[in-house]
Design a protein around this ligand. Sequence first.
Ligand code: HEC
Length: 365
Amino acid sequence: MNHGPLIAAGAFVSLAFSWAALVMAPQVQLGSLAPASIPNTSDVHPANRPGLAAQGAEVYRSLGCYQCHTRQVRQDALLYGVRLVDRGSNASTINLELPDSGRTNLVNFNLLIALAKSRADLGITPVAVPAVLAADTNVAPVLKEFATELKLLKQFDDKAQVVRSTSKTVNELAAALPVEVLERTGPDEAERAVKLLNDAGGKAELVIYNLGPDIERGWGARRSVARDFVNDSPVLLGSLRAGPDLACLGSRAPEKFAAAWKFASTNLASEMEQRLLIHLYNPRLVAPASTCPSAKYLFATKQPDQRFAGESLQVPGSDKPVYPRHDARALVAYLLDQRLDVGLPEAPVTKPSGPAKIAAAPAKP
Ligand code: HEC
């Protein structure tokens, strides 16, 4: 029997399937990725590399820095939280101080209820209203509504067998702004709380917690995603971490470097450049036990021809300056261009704003 055509058709189908799975599917998923615009700015991420940094990418590649350094920050978990930033000033916000007292004590009653609904571990203390105010025609209806809401909340709590604490209360929470209302919870719980608080007239925002050892080390505010590399060709992810990850070197906090340091002045960019040039010249000058190879050949010891002369570099422990060649400056420009502090739709970040921490919500796995 002649099975030739059948075998050929079978081979064709299996090759076609492999091609579809290995070539076409990734192309459909990632082929149209483009830089994302950064909200409230005219910038995009990843930005087009300036010329010098683009040349630096080639230097990085040619020197094999990726043999020991990765450029991909990993992350284990993404959790959500809620930050209350404003108490709001709607109809249910009343000033409990008498008009001529010169003081203000603004209480948003709806917000207290919303906080109690978002945090079943917190109690709610009765709000003391001066007798003169309680009779006020503006205040009385708000108080009545508050009492009704409290009653409903109590019924709900009883049904759900919620026992509220008496030590920590929503009143304290509402008094300290900005404050983390919920920390490290799931997305549904956080979104519900944001909606409750915003509906109550307050201003709450979603907080994003990117978690994992890389993030704790300060190697990036979030994980690296495919979009971070759309300007790279080839993509030098690296696979071995003999040295720290460099994905976010340009926006990393100074104390988060392998050999931490503090900037001497506020002139961040140039000090960072200086420091990286010295590290490149001889890593041992910055981190005494470093195994990072020195790239002294990227520096001239004599001042080059005037037309090509850049600024000189003063190296610690030597009174003679050295002159970084073009490649050294390009490499440093490339390193400084590495940033992961910008949120993307698929990898969001929140900027910390130093919130008060009154009472941590129960941690959720
Ligand atoms: C043999 C492995 C190896 C190679 C190749 C290598 N490095 Fe390193 N690198 C290290 C190690 C280990 C450290 C950590 C110690 C230190 O800070 O010097 C490091 C640290 C660094 C740091 C400081 C990072 C931090 O978090 O403090 C920079 C910047 C750096 N390397 C850049 C480069 C560049 C640019 C190249 C390519 C020219 C390169 N490295 C090649 C091993 C390597």
